[in-house]
Design a protein around this ligand. Sequence first.
Ligand code: SAM
Length: 276
Amino acid sequence: MDITQEACSNRNSMRFEEGKQLIGQILSDFPTRKFPIILDIGCGSGNLTHVMAKLLLHETIFGIDSDPDMVTVCQNSNSTTGTIKYLCQDISQPWDQLAPELTQLAGQVDLIVSNMTLHWVTDLDTACKNMETLLKPGGAFYFNIFGINPISISQQQYLKHKSVANQIFEMVGILHRNELEVGRAELFYNRWPYAGKEFDVLAPIMYKMYYNLIDEAEFSKLDKIGQDEVRQEIRNGVHAAYAFDVENEAKNYVVGSGDSFCFCYYAFTIQGGKMV
Ligand SMILES: C[S@@+](CC[C@H](N)C(=O)[O-])C[C@H]1O[C@@H](n2cnc3c(N)ncnc32)[C@H](O)[C@@H]1O
């Protein structure tokens, strides 16, 4: 398992907690509803897909992820249940380029869930159009999104960063123009404590997230000193990026030093569905 997969499969991560909150919302909105077909977009290591399989009444859950390594992790997982099917798929591909296993679900999906993934997707219009085509009339969606611009942005673009409120507004606009109705959009602010060691595991991912300068493969080729330098740069860089963010009234930043860090961030949840 490489460094990214290890970080992504951590069941105690901030992302996993948020995922559980998202599923809690679904259960609170629909305590007894059965969702025969569920689609988990950006299923990562499949940890949350498993929680869905345990808690939501369903027949089949399709977990898709654009990273083939993550899909392999899911498929090799000992705890894979018979009702989950994993597929390597980028949700933002044009419809005619999607895998037939996915397009055959057109108009049949009862629930789409996406936890902490859509901020990675740069072509959100195509992704939402695909989701609309996949959903059944009356089908529901629940997403939560990290409050930053898509991760492929360059540092220069980052400096023209929009406020989180504007990102929510934009996301709602994209959903509307793709004929998806928004029921609720909620902003939440959270703090997540990291031990120094955990932060170091996440460092290359964060680095990529904010500066798009190095990937995990390059990072793992560096010697210890090189890796420590990159980590230090990330701490400084993330701090600097978020200091800018704070001026814009979005309080995402990393505080702490030595063995303990706290990552403070905004995320938002959007819930809605396809019109009947
Ligand atoms: C932060 S992880 C979240 C994983 C999982 N939802 C969870 O809660 O543990 C985001 C995942 O989205 C996947 N991803 C990014 N862009 C994607 C896209 N366009 N289509 C499908 N998956 C994507 C990444 O490969 C990654 O595994």
